[in-house]
Structures are given as structure tokens and as C-alpha cells.
Design a protein around this ligand. Structure first.
Ligand SMILES: [Fe+2]
Length: 167
């Protein structure tokens, strides 16, 4: 089962909150296991996973656009790959049930991939957001020493907590 352990936290509030829900959706699919008699339930947990993945990726991509992220196309390409793998998982289950192929797809493409994606690709994005937040904070501090509100871009990114990975 997946859990958002500290090493998987980006400290970008919106992203971390959505990763928790995404993990719950993946865990629900894992929990269905190889149940051949649970066809409707498994298909609906897969649909919920697909729908939430779409929502999370589109929110994350919208955030990248707002933050002027340079690697947006590269990151989007990864997202598209994952969406296609979920579709593959759904069609494998619909056609053949909980086969070994289905189990391997779930383990490698869905579970292992998302962990690796967060640890590498999402962390690059988080670092960009934290750097931007620091830059904007110091800009505001120089302009108006008593202003406490962050700019809309940074507030939207909601870079929670200390930017520990920033260099
Ligand atoms: Fe991502």
C-alpha cells in the first residue's frame, strides 16, 4: 500500500494534498486484488483512479503554467504516459480480469512509476516553486517591508513549510 512518507512530500500544499488522494485511489485498486467476482467494484475503483489522475495532472499542469515552469512539456509527456497506462490497466481488466499481466501493470506502471515520478520529476517542479516563492518573498520584503501577503502566483502555489530543498 502506498503512503505519503516524508521523502515523498514536495511541501507544495496542493500537490501533497492531491498525492494523498491519488494514493488512496491507487490503494483502493490494490485492495481489490485479484478478485475475479468483484468485476463491477474493481471497474469502478479503476474509473475513480482514472478520473482523479486526470484532475491531479491537469491541476499540476495548470500550476506549472502559472509558475512559468520551463520543463512543462517534458513533465506533461510523463503524465500522458501514466494516463495511457491506466487506460491499459482498465482494458486488461475488462477483457481478461485480474490476470498476471494486470497485476504486473498495476505494480510496475501504476504503483512503482508514481513513486519514482514524485521522487524525481515532481521534486524538480517543487524546487522551482520553492525558489520562486523565495524570490518573490525577498522582492516583497525589499519593496514593502511590512507587507505580509505573498503574490497571487506564490499564494496559489501554496508552497507550504520551509523550502528545505532550495539551494
Ligand atoms: Fe507530476
Amino acid at each position: 500500500m502506498l503512503a505519503l512518507t516524508s521523502d515523498l512530500m514536495t511541501h507544495v500544499d496542493m500537490i501533497d494534498r492531491q498525492h494523498i488522494v491519488l494514493f488512496e485511489r491507487i490503494n483502493a485498486v490494490i485492495a481489490m486484488g485479484g478478485c475475479a467476482a468483484c468485476e463491477n467494484e474493481t471497474e469502478s475503483t479503476l474509473r475513480l483512479l482514472a478520473a482523479y489522475t486526470d484532475k491531479h495532472f491537469s491541476d499540476e499542469e495548470e500550476l506549472m503554467g502559472r509558475c512559468g515552469y520551463g520543463y512543462i512539456d517534458w513533465h506533461k509527456e510523463m503524465h500522458r504516459w501514466y494516463v495511457a497506462e491506466i487506460a491499459k490497466l482498465q482494458s486488461e481488466y475488462a477483457a481478461n480480469g485480474p490476470t498476471e499481466t494486470y497485476g504486473k501493470l498495476l505494480e510496475n506502471s501504476i504503483v512503482n512509476w508514481i513513486v519514482k515520478h514524485i521522487l524525481t520529476v515532481d521534486m524538480v517542479l517543487a524546487k522551482h516553486i520553492h525558489k520562486l516563492a523565495l524570490k518573490e518573498e525577498s522582492h516583497h520584503a525589499a519593496e514593502a517591508p511590512h507587507a505580509s501577503a505573498a503574490s497571487p502566483a506564490v499564494a496559489a502555489a501554496s508552497a507550504n513549510g520551509e523550502p528545505s530543498a532550495a539551494d
